[in-house]
Design a protein around this ligand. Structure first.
Ligand SMILES: Nc1ncnc2c1ncn2[C@@H]1O[C@H](COP(=O)(O)OP(=O)(O)OP(=O)(O)O)[C@@H](O)[C@H]1O
Length: 271
């Protein structure tokens, strides 16, 4: 279980490789009880102000163990701010936040350290036994076994993003935070990486919180979709359509319309 830190909010953020795992975020101004072992993250009344702007305003969120959650919201609504808080990268948040287990983050840009070979990027800060062996296995899982000794700058965008995923997963996090990791990829590569993420999720079982602007990506991947608006989670849907999903599944079409409406987007009319 994650330790709870009563009193003023405090989170220790150590300098480390981007995307690297860090100890569970244990920020708590008000003690938060993780009610059941099936919960991996509990957020209560989370507030983040930048000057006189309140970006997160008493936000509540619970993420189940192994659950795949997508988080959408208009630009500037606070999605990355929430992810940073969950990753323990923000010392200025107020409220209760507890994560049971370790957290790993993959960002929009892979953020590989350019002067370390791909495999060494994965082992950076990794304290588990046989880090090299684990890194090789993780690279094999994402289809990069033959690029272990490559320099990051020689990887394609999709390869670099797969290396970034491997770096996150080699740490076997309880909670994997994905901050628009697919948005810079071309459409075909994105489809391949979507499948890869679902395979990795099934094999490793972390809870995933995916920030995305892509409604279809959320519908194809997530168990639950949240919309952040006004500093809080304003909308929430459970996605019951069976996997593998097709975007034309009737449930998804209905949900898509509701989601677009919640995001203030007018759905396209018939062609
Ligand atoms: N360090 C900071 N100092 C001041 N304002 C900040 C800081 N970080 C974020 N903000 C502001 O907080 C708001 C939310 O930012 P955030 O990056 O969380 O939004 P987002 O929903 O992830 O946006 P996008 O979808 O465009 O990436 C923005 O208005 C941003 O300018």
């Amino acid at each position: 279980m994650a330790a709870r830190v009563p009193g003023p909010v405090s989170a220790t953020v150590s300098a480390q490789a981007p995307g690297a795992v860090r100890p569970a975020a244990t920020v708590a101004a008000t003690a938060v009880a993780t009610a059941v072992a099936t919960v991996v993250a509990t957020v209560r009344g989370l507030t983040r102000r930048f000057g006189d702007r309140t970006v997160l305003d008493g936000l509540d969120l619970t993420i189940g163990r192994g659950e795949f959650v997508a988080l959408l919201g208009r630009s500037g609504s606070g999605k990355s701010t929430l992810l940073r808080a969950l990753a323990g990268l923000d010392e200025e948040v107020e409220g209760g936040l507890e994560v049971d287990g370790s957290v790993a983050v993959a960002f929009q840009e892979p953020r590989l350290v350019p002067w370390k070979r791909v495999r060494d990027n994965l082992t950076l800060g990794l304290t588990a036994p046989d880090p090299a062996g684990r890194a090789e296995a993780a690279l094999a899982e994402v289809g990069l076994a033959d690029r272990a000794r490559a320099w990051p700058l020689t990887l394609s965008g999709g390869e670099a993003q797969r290396a970034s995923l491997a770096r996150a997963l080699v740490r076997e996090p309880g909670l994997l935070l994905l901050d628009e990791p697919f948005s810079a990829l071309d459409a075909l590569t994105r489809i391949t990486v979507h499948r890869l993420v679902l395979d990795l999720w099934a094999a490793h079982g972390p809870a995933v919180l995916l920030v995305t602007h892509d409604v279809d990506e959320a519908l194809l991947l997530a168990d639950r979709i949240l919309v952040l608006d006004g500093g809080r989670l304003a909308h929430e849907w459970t996605v019951a359509a069976p996997r593998p999903r097709h975007r034309d599944h009737p449930d998804l079409l209905t949900l898509r319309a509701a989601l677009l409406s919640a995001l203030g987007v007018t759905p396209e009319g018939p062609a």
